[in-house]
Design a protein around this ligand. Structure first.
Ligand SMILES: Nc1ncnc2c1ncn2[C@@H]1O[C@H](COP(=O)(O)OP(=O)(O)OP(=O)(O)O)[C@@H](O)[C@H]1O
Ligand SMILES: Nc1nc2c(ncn2[C@@H]2O[C@H](COP(=O)(O)O)[C@@H](O)[C@H]2O)c(=O)[nH]1
Length: 191
């Protein structure tokens, strides 16, 4: 029987650096597929439909939920986000490992259905640094940053749900820790 791909789930409060770490991991492990989520959020400058997200309307997203097309979904910071069941299943069935950048609600849904998912939580070094990163990134309005900061503490409180926790202070060290977790799972060390 063909080996099924591993599912790596990464969560973090907004601005902790999970997108940055995911990009770095995919450079080191190009055979891992990044799961492109569906969202009702508006694209940020530089984001492309079909590359960063599948950007859809709330109606289209609700229709996908009603038709059972989502492996998991959640409302996060006022928008819907979710993972396509068909795409995820087709990828892991081919033996390809998949990386999901999803929130804590989605991570819980995935682990309930598939307890073998490998879960990784990224922590910022401090709440002040988290805010500084969001402000420096310059992609979100002050209102959006406040909303994301308000949700951050509740998200960080759930880090014990995750099998691995990495503090993203020094980027190179955090990337090395992330790569070590994934390589360890692939070699059966952290499985
Ligand atoms: N270790 C680090 N030190 C300093 N800055 C960092 C570090 N890691 C990431 N950053 C920067 O912090 C900002 C937020 O990072 P990133 O966009 O990866 O966060 P995120 O967790 O994916 O956020 P979101 O959930 O909002 O998409 C970016 O500008 C990124 O370049
Ligand atoms: N449950 C899910 N959460 C998701 C998914 N895709 C992204 N996310 C999470 O949403 C927030 C905000 O993302 P942003 O791109 O607007 O900053 C973040 O926590 C992501 O991890 C998904 O498919 N399902």
């Amino acid at each position: 029987m063909k080996r099924r791909g591993n599912i790596y789930i990464v969560s973090a409060p907004s601005g902790a650096g999970k997108s940055t770490l995911c990009q770095e991991l995919l450079t080191v492990c190009p055979d891992i597929t990044y799961s492109i989520s569906h969202t009702t959020r508006a694209p940020r400058g530089g984001e492309e439909d079909g590359r960063d997200y599948h950007f859809v309307t709330r109606e289209a997203f609700q229709e996908r939920i009603a038709k059972g097309l989502m492996a998991e979904w959640a409302e996060v910071h006022g928008n819907y986000y979710g993972t396509s069941l068909e795409t995820l299943e087709a990828t892991v069935a081919q033996g390809i490992d998949v990386l999901l950048d999803i929130d804590v609600q989605g991570a819980r849904q995935m682990c309930e259905a598939l307890p073998e998912c490998v879960t990784i939580f990224i922590m910022p070094p401090s709440v002040d640094e988290l805010r500084a990163r969001l402000e420096k990134r310059g992609t979100d309005s002050p209102e959006t940053i406040e909303k994301r900061m308000a949700n951050a503490v509740g998200e960080m409180d759930q880090r014990d749900f995750y099998r691995h926790v990495i503090v993203n202070d020094d980027l190179a060290e955090a990337v090395a820790a992330f790569v070590a977790v994934v390589k360890g799972c692939r070699e059966g060390v952290n499985a």
